[in-house]
Design a protein. Structure first.
Length: 251
């Protein structure tokens, strides 16, 4: 196993994004409902299992999760959501891919394009940047058990199915095939390792270094896209200096 390039600066400090979303629970509920309508059993529906994992990581109450699954399984009436994928470019030539769940495609498209344009980006055509990402399992580790060092942890994860890892400024990430993420997560937990996050996510194959004014404009663009109510997920292949991230987050 070898080191991995920065995963979009840990997905632009995902914890920060989660805390900023005042409507996070409603987005997660929407995701669970859409996934559960295909198959309400997370053991046979990997997309639903991932949605549930995200909800739990965001501290959504179990009763909310169960209610959303029952609503989907019971075929209750409600908005019919469609998944839309938008691709484009941000300042510095960064590739951006976002996924939306919407009950009005025209409304969402009309909202997304101006956001790109207002922040120095451009919306592209289908397939223009998707090839720069791959869907992989990502397991983020917290505190290690007493007596376990990083080398032993990496070996444990590799034996469970992890095929790559990264140590990003003290944050340890393991990458897996999408079918292996649960196996790696469970193996780590069984060994007493704290798992902060385990999910199937879009990961950039390579990152683009962005600095200065372009970096600041890019982060504002990503924030604006993330705050659009229909948007469920935003990924980008940037690598920004920590001092720029800290300055923008502090401002």
């Amino acid at each position: 196993m070898a080191g991995h390039s920065k995963w979009a600066n840990i997905k632009y400090r995902k914890e920060r994004q989660d805390k900023r979303k005042s409507n996070l629970f409603s987005r997660l509920t929407r995701e669970i409902i859409v996934c559960a309508r295909q198959d309400p059993n997370p053991e046979t529906n990997s997309a639903l299992a991932t949605a549930i994992e995200r909800a739990r990581n965001a501290n959504m109450p179990n009763e909310n999760i169960e209610r959303a699954i029952k609503r989907a399984a019971g075929g209750q009436e409600g908005a019919q959501y469609h998944e839309m994928v938008y691709e484009g470019y941000g300042p510095g030539g960064v590739a951006i891919l976002l996924r939306a769940l919407t009950d009005n495609r025209n409304r969402t498209a009309a909202a997304v394009r101006p956001i790109f344009e207002a922040h120095g980006g451009s919306l592209g055509g289908e397939g223009c940047v998707a090839w720069q990402f791959e869907r992989r399992g990502v397991v983020q580790v917290g505190e290690l058990p007493e007596g376990m060092d990083k080398e032993a942890l990496v070996l444990l994860a590799a034996e469970a199915g992890a095929d790559d890892f990264a140590d990003e400024d003290g944050t340890l990430l393991f990458y897996t095939q999408s079918t292996q993420v649960a196996k790696v997560r469970d193996a780590l937990r069984a060994a007493g390792v704290e798992v902060a996050r385990a999910e199937i996510a879009l990961v950039p194959k390579a990152t683009v270094r962005v600095e200065g004014r372009d970096a600041e404009r890019l982060l504002k663009l990503l924030d604006a896209l993330d705050e659009q109510e229909d948007v469920q997920e935003v990924v980008a292949n940037f690598d920004i200096p920590d001092e720029v991230l800290a300055r923008v987050e502090g401002g």
